[in-house]
Design a protein around this ligand. Structure first.
Ligand SMILES: Nc1nc2c(ncn2[C@@H]2O[C@H](COP(=O)(O)OP(=O)(O)OP(=O)(O)O)[C@@H](O)[C@H]2O)c(=O)[nH]1
Ligand SMILES: [Mg+2]
Length: 480
């Protein structure tokens, strides 16, 4: 609706036709969920985002491409007070303190969901801003809830349409190949002595569960594998470990689809089904459906450096994650979310400061390729999706170095635990997934860099790459 053409109507008439204005005055809420596979950079992303938002008034040139900041329309951004929600609070203060400490440290690993809320006050752009000036103090409020949750939980969605027998067979097949053949060795040999038609035993179920979980954790921690189901088996000490969730896949012959009562197979199947209804479905029905904006962080470079098997496994995990954002008619996710939809999703390659500037476009292009975005975006019922490369905390500087008579771009940084800064050359980031023999030439490894000097008070902010662009894509429309 345009202002012209309503010249004769009173302001209040006009206002009654513009629902956004009422909403702007009383304040609206948007939930931005930050997810991604283990170690992708979720906690650091949220910590830096919050710190830079709280600092934006003092240091606007840190976030110029977040339009509300760039346009000079931001009035204030502060942490919301008492929480009314039941989710644990995201430990922003603790994280920023460890990153600002001397020696600096990165935040601890997280295993559960948490949330933090920021209240943003701003002058709306254009006609709405003019109107708000007329009827109020000209200031609108947006409550931004930011949620940190493990991407592994999304990898559980495909379980909902898979029977226990089919899941067992697919999982065991995977366990026998590549790096998993090693991490799953004890589990597989245990299964050889514990058939599905043996009498159900609480102790056997528990032992299979423990060995299977051990395999999942080793696959993740030692090798960086990510297609690991069920996702909650990786949580440190969650309620999933109640005895009614002790299950694992079994080694089943091809013809077995159902299990006789009283057997180990029947016990495992019952628990697998309970996991779906008690863990997977409630997450979608009670939480996910409210997160209308989401960012999926991917450590693309880490996957690339880890080699072909890990890279392919990351792609498989991303494929599973994508299912939560595709809303075809009658698909399972569509039914689970009922009328709710995720409106915008950004897939972001993190830690872009690990490579020099000239390589960062390739990082984004490689992720675009992994996500297969061009073919996806055509269906309008899907969430709107895009791809970016970013660094939540720039911990390096760009430089050049002569290698083999050629001048190449490198990054300079201080590895954690080292006293000195050093130059690192990671090789060239390919814009497409490497094929066949291209995997033969290994990429050099990159260390964990110390974060730069950071001030705990929200004044200076934190140097980053593209955090402002990412945030503007995700919630910029709410701040116009
Ligand atoms: N150089 C650099 N390193 C980063 C950046 N973001 C994350 N890292 C590194 O990646 C590690 C993991 O980051 P987190 O934010 O803890 O990752 P996460 O996804 O929350 O990990 P989990 O909680 O274990 O799932 C950090 O400890 C840093 O070493 C970045 O922007 N630049
Ligand atoms: Mg974390």
């Amino acid at each position: 609706m345009s202002i012209r053409g309503h010249g004769r109507a009173s302001l209040s008439d006009w206002l009654s036709h513009v629902p956004d204005v009422a909403e702007l005055v009383k304040g609206s809420t948007v939930s931005l969920a930050v997810t991604g596979l283990s170690r992708a950079g979720k906690t650091v992303f949220i910590t830096s985002l919050v710190h830079n938002l709280l600092s934006a008034l003092h240091q606007p040139h840190r976030m110029p491409l977040l339009k509300v900041v760039g346009d000079g329309r931001l009035i204030s951004a502060k942490l919301a007070g008492l929480k009314t929600d039941w989710l644990p609070r995201f430990p922003y203060e603790q994280n920023i303190e460890s990153m600002a400490a001397n020696p600096a440290d990165w935040p601890a690993r997280t295993t559960d969901i948490s949330e933090i809320e920021i209240e943003i006050r701003f002058v709306p752009a254009g006609a709405l801003g003019f109107l708000l000036g007329r009827i109020g103090n000209g200031v609108a409020t947006l409550k931004l809830k930011i949620i940190d949750y493990p991407g592994e939980w999304l990898i559980d969605l495909p379980l909902l349409t898979q029977s226990y027998a089919d899941w067992s067979r697919a999982t065991l097949q995977l366990c026998r190949r590549g790096l998993r053949a090693d991490t799953a060795r004890d589990f597989i040999s245990f299964l050889a002595d514990h058939r599905h038609d043996a009498a159900a035993s609480e102790q056997d179920a528990k032992q299979a569960h423990d060995l299977y979980r051990q395999h999942l954790r080793t696959a993740r921690d030692r090798h960086g594998l990510s297609f690991l189901q069920p996702g909650r088996f990786l949580d440190a000490d969650s309620s999933v470990m109640n005895s009614d969730m002790w299950f694992a896949p079994l080694d089943l012959p091809h013809n077995v689809q159902s299990f006789t009562a009283g057997t180990l197979g029947a016990l495992m199947e019952r628990r697998y089904e309970a996991y779906k209804t008690e863990k997977v479905m409630p997450f979608y029905q009670n939480y996910f459906r409210n997160y209308s904006r989401q960012v999926v962080l991917v450590d693309v470079l880490g996957a690339l450096l880890a080699g072909q098997e890990v890279f392919d496994d990351t792609r498989r995990a991303i494929d599973a994650i994508l299912e939560s954002f595709r809303y075809g008619q009658n698909s399972l996710i569509t039914r689970l979310l009922r009328s709710a939809r995720v409106e915008r999703v950004l897939f972001a390659a993190t830690k872009a400061d690990h490579v020099p500037d000239v390589q960062r476009d390739h990082l984004a292009a490689l992720l675009r390729n992994m996500v297969a975005l061009p073919s996806l975006d055509v269906t309008s019922s899907n969430a709107r999706m895009d791809v970016a490369a970013l660094a939540s905390v720039i911990s390096t500087e760009d430089d050049t170095e002569e290698i083999g008579g050629r001048r190449v771009q490198v990054v300079v940084g201080k590895p954690v635990g080292s006293d000195t800064r050093a130059k690192f050359f990671v090789g060239n980031v390919p814009a497409r997934p490497p094929r066949g023999e291209a995997w033969g030439t290994p990429f050099l490894n990159i260390p964990v860099f110390e974060p730069p000097a950071i001030d705990v008070s929200p004044v200076d902010g934190i140097p980053h790459i593209n955090l402002d662009v990412a945030l503007d894509y995700l919630i910029g429309d709410q701040l116009r």
